[in-house]
Design a protein around this ligand. Structure first.
Ligand code: UDP
Length: 343
């Protein structure tokens, strides 16, 4: 039986060379909050393929069962329909705490819920980490830098955040969550990791996500006007989701416990981005300019020196390759939607 297991492991390793497979003593029990979401489900795939036991807690506010349905019934996988604003009592070794709405339209739709999940939800997860002595990785955000006056953004920059505005429910609750991680680490000796995640895109983004990538791709595919908010001179830097997952896992298993940026420094104006997507789709869509968004950061680009030196990590996927995969995903989503509307 042992020989068979080793053979299985070797076969899997050959099939997925990018994944490091574990011997059974290295297997961990890992909780992923928000594991049915866009980033969470890709992380779950990677952890499951590596042979870990994975528990997903999700309230399906923006997450979707279909993102992880391929694991349902697997002996190493467990899905809990749970809102982490309520405490959770389980036994785990590691916690990836990703649960939170993340796109501006989603987090502004219910700002109170956004604040609760990042404040009370994070307290609950830190409490769980303390009780079972688990390590917790918190999914923070480039939004902690607000509308940055320092460019590119290094982890040592304190940010320029409006505490009282439409984005503050997200920005300030992510900031207080970082402060909570710090306090629990100091006072309770909890092992924490803080990933400041920059704009991320890829398959399984929500159709109604409302962020620039999904909006532009869907508009281009349907030959609808591509909507640029404001002048289009504002910049963003986009990382493909598989690069982020590599970074999250490397950070969790590193011995670096201060905040760390994870993003792709490849920076574009939103106008350039609209043109690029239009070209890749081969779309006839027009480009239209809409009202600017309140408190929209004018520029954003990560300094990833820390991640490079501590994790030996940097993004690998080129924008055009990542976008082509994302376009293929949304093309299929539109087909599915079209068929389900007709039937
Ligand atoms: N944006 C846009 N058109 C859209 C959606 C977004 O021009 O249909 C702009 C938005 O104003 C911002 C940038 O694209 O400057 C990125 O916005 P997104 O909502 O994707 O994420 P953010 O980085 O602001 O959280």
């Amino acid at each position: 039986a042992l020989e068979k297991r080793i053979q299985d492991l070797e076969a899997r390793q050959q099939q997925y060379p990018e994944v490091t497979f574990l011997t059974y003593k290295d297997r961990k029990r890992i909780l992923v909050t928000g594991g049915a979401g866009f980033v969470g489900s890709h992380l779950v795939d990677r952890l499951m393929l590596a042979g870990h036991e994975v528990i997903v807690a999700d309230n399906f506010f923006t997450g979707r069962k279909r993102n992880i349905e391929h694991w349902i019934g697997h002996e190493n996988f467990e899905l809990i329909n749970h809102d982490i604003v309520n405490p959770l009592y389980i036994e785990v070794d590691q916690i990836y705490h990703l649960a939170s709405p993340a796109s501006p339209p989603h987090y502004m739709y219910n700002p109170v819920k956004t604040i609760k999940v990042n404040s009370i939800g994070t307290i609950n997860m830190l409490g769980l980490a303390r009780r079972v002595r688990a390590r917790l990785l918190f999914a923070s955000t480039s939004e902690v830098y607000g509308d940055p006056e320092v460019h590119p953004q290094k982890e040592t920059y304190f940010g320029n955040v409006n505490p009282f505005g439409p984005r503050s429910c997200y920005d300030e609750s992510k900031r207080v969550a970082e402060a909570m991680c710090y306090a629990y680490a100091q006072q309770e000796g909890i092992s924490i990791r803080i990933a400041r995640i920059f704009n991320t895109y890829g398959p399984r983004m929500h159709m109604n996500d409302g962020r620039v990538v999904s909006n532009f791709v869907l508009q281009a595919l349907q030959n609808e006007p591509i909507t640029i908010y404001g002048t289009g001179k504002q910049t963003r830097s986009f990382q493909y989701v598989s690069d982020l997952v590599d970074g999250l896992i490397a950070l969790m298993n590193s011995n670096y416990s201060m905040p760390m940026n994870l993003g792709n420094p490849d920076e574009y104006t939103i106008e350039q981005f609209a043109t690029k997507i239009k070209e890749l789709v081969g779309s006839q869509a027009s480009i239209v300019y809409k009202d600017p968004v309140i408190d929209d950061p004018k520029q954003r680009r990560p300094d990833i020196g820390l991640a490079k030196s501590w994790l030996n990590w940097e993004p690998k996927v080129l924008l055009s390759d990542g976008l082509n995969k994302t376009i293929a995903y949304f093309r299929n989503e539109l087909l599915v939607k079209h068929h389900s509307n007709r039937n």
